[in-house]
Design a binder for this molecule. Sequence first.
Ligand SMILES: C[S@@+](CC[C@H](N)C(=O)[O-])C[C@H]1O[C@@H](n2cnc3c(N)ncnc32)[C@H](O)[C@@H]1O
Length: 259
Amino acid sequence: MTGQPRIGDVFGELLRDAMAVATGVGPRPLAGGRLPRPVIEVIERDDGLINGAPAAHYLDGPADWQPHDHRAVDRVRGDTLDIGVGAGRIALLLQEREVPVTGLDVSPGALAVCRRRGVRDLVHGTVDEHAASGRRYDTFLLLGNNLGLIEGRERAPAFLAALAAMARPGAQVIAHGTDPYGTRDPVHTGYHEYNRRRGRLGGQLRLRLRYRELGTPWFDYLVCSPEELAGLVHGTAWRLVDVDDRDAPYYLATLRLSA
Ligand SMILES: C[S@@+](CC[C@H](N)C(=O)[O-])C[C@H]1O[C@@H](n2cnc3c(N)ncnc32)[C@H](O)[C@@H]1O
């Protein structure tokens, strides 16, 4: 016993349990061995902040989505790569609309949940690994705040280059981000300052996720303003062509492959 979590497939385990709670099928986490308990994703930040978020929303159908999710899906066209597909909520609606969609995820357990829910085309891996497959796409989705996967100044060029390598002419990226700078909460403004002092973007979160006895390694996840995103995209194969911030502080950024 080290007091530290065992490194494992946190997303996969929590999505499997969330699905068991939602469907009543399969072993569920129980309180006191009797009562079903909600599945909570525990998010640790490297300043010691801990948050818990119910995992059930990863399974939500369109009726329970945020408005920006609907607007994102309405912008999809052509062959689509859903990056960080999670439990497949977006991919399932695209399949229903007969959009050819591939779900990509690093979590084997998330892919297993997707498969059980009926997502047909699934790939295990990162965008860099998938870029080697030779498959090409017209739309790349980074939904459920997954703009965060661009991580920060160091990772963004390589991440965007991997997408460009898989992009057909005229391809687009539709990414859901959150502008972190509207808050006055000193826990967050202090963290943004701490990050800048160590040469990072203010909202470049250093996180690890935990579920039950499992944890992920520490990783970077970016929450940035549209202006910071424009800076990260500048000089890559992509142009930031639209920011829809009708649900501010959330926004949908559209990038287009430069001609
Ligand atoms: C916040 S969830 C979003 C899920 C889904 N997009 C949605 O909107 O419900 C993040 C997902 O991204 C996956 N993920 C994390 N890092 C990844 C990476 N480097 N490449 C691909 N998927 C990743 C996780 O396993 C998880 O399923």
